[in-house]
Design a protein around this ligand. Sequence first.
Ligand SMILES: Cc1cc2nc3c(=O)[nH]c(=O)nc-3n(C[C@H](O)[C@H](O)[C@H](O)COP(=O)(O)O)c2cc1C
Length: 328
Amino acid sequence: MTHPVPEAMSPGPLKRVLVVSYSQTGQLAAIVERILAPLRADARIAVHVETLRPEPAFPFPWSFFRFFDAFPESAHLVPPALAPLTLTGEEDFDLVILPYQVWFLAPCQPITAFLKHPVAACLIKGKPVITVIGCRNMWMLAHEKMRGLLTALQARLLDNVVLTDQTPTLASLVTTPLWLFTGKRQALACLPVAGISELEIKRCIRFGRALLDALLAGRECNDQPLLPGLQAVVANPRLLVSEKAGTRSFYLWGKLLRWAGPPGATLRQPLLVLYVLFLIAIILSVVPISLVVQTLLRPFLAKRLDKLKQQFEQPSGSGIDRLSQYDF
Ligand SMILES: Cc1cc2nc3c(=O)[nH]c(=O)nc-3n(C[C@H](O)[C@H](O)[C@H](O)COP(=O)(O)O)c2cc1C
């Protein structure tokens, strides 16, 4: 006959997981909660959620000027101030989950602020990290920047999970800004609902189930991905031409805007109007033209695109061989 272990003698958690949290509409928070559900349900895992609070807070919904005024600092990875963290940097975690949104083809400002915070440098050094992206659909170059930030911190990036809006690129170019400016996912009945589908968010529980198994087996100590075979990321390298053009323009115009003053400076406003006109011209020309040209050149580009797809899907990959085990 077995006796229940008295509470005072029960062993503490076996594994400690740090999760950084920031979400304006609640979309990324919902994705993260689905991933965390299996970990939270197991007494052997302790989850600490560190919520980032930029000071001053970024607005939601956004006004037109506040929105575009955020691009220079986003593109140049300039960190905003954060309210004091609850952690000191002396805590020891077995795994760090870093969810982030993409803002202007770069990691969003609050996560950049965290990664440039001295406390994060202590927490993350040498630790296994899993990034989770929830964005419209352009994340590849933001992730290159994220890799750079993590390398500077000597983190070990084990996995990258990416969730995107599945409506066609040209449709979400309209629905996403409408959502961000009005706060409504479906601002007009004739347009698709903006954001990542509820089903895809629900299915994120598969990552939590796989993580639980991996943590209990101690696999986070190795350098192999913990989430292969779960279709963690499906890259679309056809968007890379637009991402490169956008990143270049955000960087160069961002320099000019930053020269004109800090966020909110009066001199930035006329420059922002000019930039937005330029951006609309780029979006209406570069995005459709590059997609059409790539469609025409598909037979010649196939090998190159395939190589890029594999490269951007590292380390977790788009394989599906473990879905039957974890996606039920
Ligand atoms: C200022 C800003 C810029 C954005 N830029 C991009 C972008 O370049 N690429 C992209 O795919 N999504 C972009 N998005 C969409 C976000 O990545 C994200 O999907 C959306 O803001 C909802 O996130 P949240 O509610 O979890 O914070 C942007 C959103 C904001 C607020």
